[in-house]
Design a protein around this ligand. Sequence first.
Ligand code: 13P
Ligand code: SF4
Length: 347
Amino acid sequence: SIEEMEQRVQTIKNQLGNRLFILGHHYQKDEVYQFADAVGDSLQLAQIASQNREAEFIVFCGVHFMAETADILASPSQTVLLPDMRAGCSMADMANIEQTEQAWQQLTDLFGDTMLPLTYVNSTAAIKSFVGEHGGATVTSSNAASIVKWAFTQKERIVFLPDQHLGRNTAFDLGIPLNTMAVWDPISDELIFDGQLEDVKVILWKGHCSVHENFTVHNIKAIREQTPDMNIIVHPECTREVVALSDYAGSTKYIIETIEQAPAGSKWAIGTEMNLVKRIINQHPDKEIVSLNPFMCPCLTMNRIDLPHLLWALDSIIEGNPINTIDVSPEVSNGALKALNKMLEVK
Ligand code: 13P
Ligand code: SF4
């Protein structure tokens, strides 16, 4: 039963004490999230993973790229486990290292040595490594603006992988005109741009989050019509049009904090993953909160981490044979660490 599983998880946690550290992303189901020793957005989870040197086992309740990041930032003696290896990220899957190398080659033919690559942490370790080896950095939705600003102190242009929306929204907020942003299509190996190549400032990889693309301009218009005093807050993985029509946009941490600080009685429509929206609704009975898309939008891969999988991972540690360990090779890890450390250094 659920109670038995919960009890067993708690018993193992007590038994392992500081040898075990469970990290949980805000999109995790409550049945798992309740057991996390630390929760956060991607940036916080990366920072925590780089600071905890005590735990022998880090069980990462989140998706594969986050567990890889934790493994790269953890010390070699620490073991990172992902309770279900099928917990990927559809956005991270939209860019692989071969496509990245191919794109870089073609873009270098067009733009020479004027570009700095940046990658959203929602990408494979191999892509982070490529970016690190080319002097670039990773970004999260919490620090994208500072990192993009820094990038322009290094080079004339940036190449932003793999989320075109976060890249476009961030650059736009920094005052970079939309008509200087090109899109790289990794399927046709083409640069999509209407204008003079010398005007290109930002090259956006044509990837997106399949969860956040479900929040639409139509959803916003419907809310504005029905409830004009509703505040709309979205994650910057939503399209430019949606972010432009919203009142606020930011990382999961930003969304949580903004609603925490809002006055009782205020009304909110949230454009982000379902588990987080539900949790915020439950935590704020004094506010009127809905999902921006009335059909709640789950991230199916985040949801693969459930109580049975968490227990399975913990049991495997107790049995002395940890399953689903994440082992990024030292070569990839070295390059990726350069990109991650650059991000953690830039304020
Ligand atoms: P945050 O860094 O805002 O938590 O976002 C992670 C993510 O995958 C959003 O889809
Ligand atoms: Fe990836 Fe989107 Fe899920 Fe975040 S919500 S983990 S970007 S698929």
